[in-house]
Design a protein around this ligand. Structure first.
Ligand SMILES: Nc1ncnc2c1ncn2[C@@H]1O[C@H](COP(=O)(O)OP(=O)(O)OP(=O)(O)O)[C@@H](O)[C@H]1O
Ligand SMILES: [Mg+2]
Length: 1018
């Protein structure tokens, strides 16, 4: 190899290897010839340095393979890993030198390794043993050592990173064979068939859900190719936002240390995501990092344009993980999950994707109270309900748990089949209590707490104020003396198995019930005081989460601490906004509602109600949002808020019915909406808020569009839309510009100025990639497809449907129905019936995959789609099928009627076509064309002298109508026009009218247009 090339290659290799070491917190110590030495735990040691080194080694191996492939040269590594004491000499720069016996042995291992092997020493092996798969050990004779050294070749990490060894030995696992087998076989089947599946595991607290899942994982691990297992836990009150369980799962899979700094965490996660996600995923990575940072999230200026990009990014990540390796995701305590998380899970699984991914949600029955429809109607879902354990099993468990002493005879009866209850009873008697066993598990826990040393109990109570999990730092302000006291006491509590170490200085209660009982045992006034103190301290610290501060102020205020009330309202409203920024609409709503309850002025109440409206809006509960906004507006007026605030509130209230809910404006509201728009405009103008002014103008224009059915007012509203567009462009927000163009375009269409409307839509299309909301993007693609179809640019319409499909692809499943709808439409009018039919099938498939859980399903306009399919059946003489489809419509539907009427012409039934096309409120020119042709076919020629040249298809049809009435020139024009449009069937019909039955028939036959064929034959 050329020296230059070799140098370059080695440079590439070194950089790659150094990156791998750094990814796990290691440092490359030196390059010696073609060898690289990396150290971990120097200068700062971590408890898991051995694990990090082995992970880095495996990463090096796979990355080097990638380099080899890229450069098309054979490259292999031999890697040795060893753990031990080393001598380091740190020089003042950043260099340090590592030497010692352990280093020498590492070098020997490296030399002894086979090409491609990762060989580790005894101590390293012990540190990683439970985590990895390896081949049999072998003995090495090492120079300068008496006796052989054992070396172990690591193959890979057993992918169950979430389950580490437990501190306390469990009792034996009893019962549950059926459930265990069921869940295991569901997982195995999902893996085998590459099909996503959801398992919902339901049972009361302590019945054994988490344990069952752990046992399933243990069994799976014994298999040849165990799936990767990741666990995310939900916390009460949605602490940490909806995706916190996924965030934890991500940081764990990226091997981030629990005590890593924010920068370190971000760097590590970024590297991991780059490895997992395909190239060009920068945007998604940035999206995911938003949820990883841990810092206070600054709500974007666009807080009125909520998105669900986070949800999409998470969805993609989960699918991608499963694509790489069969994956089991466990969501623990799903009854506390944010609705956004459950929606995400449902959308991942319901999408019927072909990846080996199983999600297990372990939840108490409350899950069905907050989400009554959970899992129902999903094909790939299994619900497993855990009932009480049988008495015999409980006795077996009791005997095993109380190995030294005989178990309390009544314990098994009292525990009633709940193993957690049993454990607590036995712990209580072991701790010296138990003359009388309380009847509830809470009672038993309370008795155990009473048996504690008073200082220990106090610590446990204070920890309970912080929450389910806590750090010493958080506890400090709750102890007046401060000092170092708690550390030793914590150890006592850990020994009693009341709390667990979580690593990184974090502890948590072993069980939520223990926390609850400890908390309830604090006198009310004291609790309030402690919450307030904690809230004050957290509020002044830069990196406390706003949710936590809000939670503590709110708890203090609810418990009667009056000084906490005002800050509670302030921070709750802030926390609601922050929750929205991370797509936690459930949490946002809870914060807002609590703020509303704690408010004591109209001003506070108005702002809280607005926050509630925003949360409903984000949850797509539009009626609730509207009610909340109206509440906010009325309170805001009463509170005499400034014009900036009131104009914004007026806009929020009118925006819903005008832009999002057009069909539900009820008449009494109309005057009120108009009045609010007028007042709001004056206020926005006075407050100098061009943004609100632009938005209100859009609302005004759209209101006219929705409610007026005649041309003059629509014409007049165009100038309103113009002004809105001008202002929106001045403000420079693409989303508002897009909305203004939309208003202008729909008005232009309704006055028949299609060419200009198309121009508007194309302008909007140019913005499409800049827009924050997927919905807006899909709306644009649909509008452009619609106008292009109307203008006869069918291939252009299909192209924009393709664009929509591309934009929607990364996103929530429900968007994918939109482009299909456009495609069906374009293909039908293009006379491509078979293709239209198959696009319709895709459309229905996408629609089925969409979760409809209260979210608006505006994308499904069944009337029009059904109309197309019925029309095709009609054109093929399959009238029964067409009728059957029509019966599926809930009510008569103008979109259906129009398409259907059109087909009736083609099938040769002008009378019915005439009947169908009369009195249609929409698409007037189209209906008129159908009527014209019907009348002509019936010999009832009327004068149709409309200016229709903007719509080539309509004028072609009118020309054909004239042709039927005997105007040969018009017929020739029609024939040419349909040929130009590429509409074969319509063209053939012109030929038929012109008397060229042969030519027409050939086309009819090819298209299987039975009635038309018969007609020509006659
Ligand atoms: N089948 C079993 N055999 C033996 N012990 C069990 C069994 N099921 C559960 N346990 C023990 O009972 C205790 C409570 O179980 P677990 O934590 O799984 O309950 P859970 O249903 O997840 O409760 P929660 O709703 O509070 O999360 C644990 O210590 C667990 O080891
Ligand atoms: Mg559990």
């Amino acid at each position: 190899m050329d020296a230059e090339v070799l140098r370059d290659l080695l440079g590439d290799v070194y950089v790659t290897l150094a990156r791998c070491a750094e990814a796990y917190g290691g440092t490359v110590e030196k390059f010696i010839g073609d060898a690289v030495m990396a150290v971990f735990g120097v200068p700062i040691a971590h408890e898991d340095d051995a694990e990090r080194a082995v992970r880095a080694a495996l990463l090096m191996r796979s990355r080097l393979a990638a380099v080899a492939e890229r450069r098309a040269v054979p490259l292999v590594l031999r890697i040795g890993v060893n753990t031990g004491l080393v001598v380091t000499g740190t020089t003042p720069g950043r260099d340090f030198l590592v030497t010692g016996e352990a280093v020498n042995l590492a070098a020997r291992l490296q030399q002894a390794a086979e090409p491609g092997e990762v060989l580790v020493g005894e101590r390293t092996f012990r540190a990683v043993e439970p985590l990895v798969r390896m081949v049999a050990p072998r003995s090495l004779a090492v120079r300068g050592r008496t006796g052989p050294v054992t070396a172990y070749a690591v193959e890979r990490f057993a992918p169950a990173g979430a389950y580490r060894r437990r501190r306390r030995a469990y009792g034996p696992f009893v019962g549950r064979e059926v459930e265990l087998t069921l869940i295991r076989s569901v997982i195995e089947r999902a893996v085998e068939h590459s099909r996503a599946h959801l398992v919902t595991l339901i049972g009361e607290a302590g019945i054994g859900k988490s344990r069952l899942v752990e046992e399933v994982v243990v069994e799976l691990r014994r298999s040849e190719e165990p799936p990767a297992v990741w666990v995310g836990r939900c916390l009460p009150y949605g602490e940490g936002g909806p995706y916190a369980p996924l965030r934890d799962l991500l940081t764990r899979s990226a091997a981030v240390r629990t005590d890593a700094s924010r920068e370190e965490t971000r760097a590590r996660v970024t590297g991991h995501l780059q490895a997992v996600l395909p190239d060009g995923s920068e945007e998604q990575i940035a999206e995911l990092l938003r949820f990883v940072g841990g810092e206070r999230i600054e709500p974007s200026g666009d807080d009125d344009e909520p998105g669900d990009r986070g949800r999409e990014a998470w969805r993609n990540l989960l699918l991608r993980m499963a694509e790489r390796q069969p994956t089991l995701i466990v969501i623990e305590d799903a009854h506390w999950a944010e609705p956004a998380l459950l929606e995400l899970i449902a959308s991942v699984v319901a999408g019927d994707v072909r990846v080996p991914l199983v999600v297990v949600c372990a939840a108490r029955p409350e899950l069905f109270v907050s989400h009554p429809g959970w899992g129902s109607g999903m094909r790939n879902e299994t619900t497993v309900v855990l009932e009480a354990l049988e008495a015999g099993e409980m006795r077996r468990l009791a005997n095993a748990l109380s190995a030294q002493a005989a178990p309390l005879p009544s314990a098994v009866d009292l525990a009633g089949g709940n193993p957690f209850f049993l454990e607590e009873i036995l712990a209580m008697s072991g701790e010296g209590g138990g003359d009388r066993v309380p009847e509830t598990v809470q009672g038993v826990i309370a008795a155990r707490l009473d048996l504690l040393d008073p200082e220990d109990k106090l610590l446990l109570q204070r920890a309970a104020v912080v929450g389910r999990s806590f750090t010493l730092e958080q506890l400090e302000p709750l102890f007046d003396g401060g000092g170092r006291g708690p550390t030793g006491r914590l150890r006592n509590l850990v020994e009693r198995d009341l709390i667990h170490h979580r690593g990184g200085g974090r502890h948590s209660f072993k069980h939520a019930l223990i926390r609850d009982v400890a908390y309830e045992s604090i006198p009310r006034g004291e609790r309030a005081r402690l919450h307030l103190r904690l809230a004050d301290v957290l509020d002044s610290s830069a990196d406390a989460s706003c949710q936590a501060v809000a939670g503590h102020y709110a708890a203090a205020a609810t418990l009667g601490e009056t000084t906490a009330r005002a800050p509670a309202v302030r921070v709750l409203i802030e926390a609601a906004r922050e929750a929205r920024a991370v797509e936690a609409h459930g949490l946002a709503l809870r914060n807002a509602v609590l703020a509303r309850q704690l408010s004591d002025s109209d001003r506070e109440r108005a702002l809280a109600a607005e926050a509630a409206g925003d949360a409903h809006w984000m949850a797509e509960h539009l009626d609730d949002a509207r009610a909340a906004y109206l509440d906010a507006l009325e309170l805001g007026i009463a509170a005499e808020l400034g014009p900036e605030d009131t104009s914004r509130l007026r806009w929020k209230w009118v925006d819903l019915p005008t832009r999002w809910q057009g069909s539900v404006i009820t008449s009494p509201d109309r005057d009120r909406i108009e009045a609010e728009i007028e007042t709001g405009l004056a206020e926005a103008h006075a407050a100098g808020s061009a943004l609100t002014e632009a938005r209100l103008l859009i609302a005004r224009a759209l209101l006219v569009y929705r409610l007026e059915t005649t041309v003059p007012p629509q014409e007049a509203a165009l100038s309103v839309a113009d002004r809105a567009l001008e202002l929106a462009e001045r403000v420079g927000r693409p989303a508002i510009v897009s909305a203004a163009i939309d208003a202008r375009s729909v008005l232009l269409q309704s006055v028949g100025r299609y060419a200009e409307a198309l121009e508007m839509d194309e302008r909007r299309l140019a913005l499409v990639r800049e827009l924050p909301s997927r919905e807006e993007q899909m709306d644009i693609c649909s509008s452009v497809a619609r106008t292009r179809t109307a203008r006869g640019d069918y291939s252009g319409a299909v192209a924009v449907a393709n664009l929509g499909q591309e934009l929607g692809a990364g996103g929530d499943h429900r968007w994918l129905a939109w482009p299909e709808r456009s495609r069906v439409d374009a293909l039908f009018w293009w006379d491509k019936w078979d293709e239209a039919m198959s696009a319709y099938k895709t459309f229905i498939g996408e629609l089925r995959g969409t979760d409809t859980d209260g979210r608006r399903a505006r994308q499904s306009r069944p009337g029009r789609m059904l109309g197309v399919v019925a029309a095709i059946h009609m054109l093929r003489g399959e009238t029964e099928e067409a009728d059957r489809l029509e019966r599926r419509l809930p009510a008569s539907n103008p979109h259906f009627d129009l398409v259907y009427a059109h087909a009736m012409l083609g099938a040769g039934d002008p009378e019915l076509a005439l009947e169908r096309s009369t009195g249609l409120p929409f698409m007037r020119p189209w209906a008129r064309a159908v009527r014209a042709e019907s009348l002509a076919m019936l010999g009832r020629w009327d004068d149709f002298d409309q200016a229709l040249d903007e719509l080539p298809r309509v004028s072609a049809q009118v020309d054909r109508a004239r042709g039927i009435a005997g105007d040969e020139d018009a017929l020739r024009r029609a024939t040419e026009a349909f040929a130009r449009l590429g509409c074969e069937f319509e063209h053939a019909r012109c030929l038929e009218i012109a008397g060229d039955g042969e030519a027409a028939r050939a086309v009819y036959a090819r298209m299987a247009a039975a009635p038309a064929m018969e007609r020509v034959a006659r």
